[in-house]
Design a protein around this ligand. Structure first.
Ligand SMILES: Cc1ncc(COP(=O)(O)O)c(C=O)c1O
Length: 355
């Protein structure tokens, strides 16, 4: 592996990549069904849930769309503090939903009081929150936000995008009372891109029954009919499920708590490194992401030149996202990245900075 410090697609372990080369199976076969059941059962452990778990042949944006189409007939409040939360808002609006934004500047987070105020002003069928905003490296306090929703507007569903954090940070779905929790394959789960996963509460499934125009591909009620028979309505991304089957064993062998501790330690290391060099992370404590650090480019580094130099060692980081390009840079420390990989990167960056 040549560690890529970009927030997806990330490096994939050789044995996981190799699993994709196995001969295909018919998806209406006992062998496939057994594997599909195994992957669902172990994914539920990573999601900290007893809820049903869907495996879709689509990237995370597809699951964002599934959430809006299945659980919102009309009104949804989108908490927006970065590019991917803004995308979810766009997904809602372009699907014809009456979506309102609760927005704060990029780098900041949505605080429980802000959400409580918004929910007191208007009733919403659902609230959409991005747990870890990959564009800014800010982590929304989802547990506290969900608590506020339950207190102020108990029938409002809580939908959470954890595309760039699930598998690297503990998200206690059932304990926090989340209704829809989604992630993509190509981030902290360290799989190739192309799949997304989502767990759904009973009350959200009940709500879906009354929602019109759920469409076909992302109709979770239809998917559930097949899921209970350990299959999918359409042809699944078989090779990716072979990879998932192997990767879930690796993830659970590391131990979830160890995995979360590894991600936190690497986040802290990155932040300390940056601060010691006069470059502050964009997000403030305690809301800094554990999986991707977005750092002010206060030294005015030429990020393209930096990456050119890093690529001579087979590694790279990510530039800032959108308007934050060149003003910030992002170091992802997720998936297969180990502390020693990060230390190597930071040493090369010091060389570039001539420290
Ligand atoms: C937080 C977040 N949500 C959604 C997405 C979209 O996911 P995908 O690219 O898998 O469609 C991304 C992608 O980077 C993301 O970081």
């Amino acid at each position: 592996m040549s560690p890529m410090f970009v927030p997806g697609p990330v490096d994939v372990a050789p044995e996981v990549l190799a699993a994709q080369a196995k001969p295909m199976l018919p998806h209406r076969s006992k062998e496939f069904e057994a594997m599909f059941k195994r992957t669902e059962e172990r994914l539920k452990q990573v999601f900290f849930t007893q809820n049903r778990l869907f495996q879709a042949t689509a990237s995370g944006s597809g699951m964002q769309e599934a959430g809006m189409r299945n659980f919102v007939q009309k009104t949804v409040l989108c908490c927006v503090n970065g590019a991917f939360a803004d995308r979810w808002f766009a997904v809602a609006s372009t699907n014809g939903k009456e979506a309102d934004k609760l927005a704060v500047p990029w780098g900041e987070v949505i605080l429980p009081d802000m959400l409580a105020d918004a929910l007191k002003k208007k009733h919403y069928e659902a609230v959409a929150i991005v747990h870890n905003e990959t564009s800014t490296g800010a982590e929304n306090p989802v547990k506290e936000l969900a608590e506020v929703v339950h207190q102020v507007s108990p029938d409002t569903l809580v939908m959470v995008d954890a595309v760039s954090s699930l598998g690297g940070v503990k998200i206690d779905m059932d304990a926090w009372g989340l209704d829809f929790l989604l992630t993509s394959s190509q981030k902290c789960l360290a799989l190739p891109p192309g799949m997304s996963f989502a767990a759904v509460s009973d009350r959200a499934m009940k709500k879906a029954e009354s929602v019109e125009n759920r469409g076909w591909y992302f109709d979770l009620l239809l998917m559930d009919k097949h899921r209970i028979k350990d299959s999918t309505p359409m042809t699944p991304a078989m090779a990716l499920i072979f990879a998932l089957d192997v990767q879930l064993d690796r993830i659970l062998a590391e131990g979830l708590e160890n995995r979360f501790a590894r991600h936190s330690a690497m986040a802290l290391k990155t932040q300390e490194w940056a601060v010691a060099r006069g470059m502050e992370p964009l997000a403030h404590n305690p809301y800094r992401s554990k999986t991707v650090s977005t750092i002010h480019n206060s030294k005015g580094m030429d990020i393209s030149a930096l990456n050119k130099s890093l690529l001579t060692h087979g590694i790279r980081i990510a530039n800032g996202y959108g308007e934050l390009k060149d003003k910030t840079f992002r170091i992802a420390h997720m998936g297969e990245i180990q502390m020693k990989d990060l230390e190597t990167l930071l040493a090369y960056m010091d060389e570039f900075l001539k420290i």
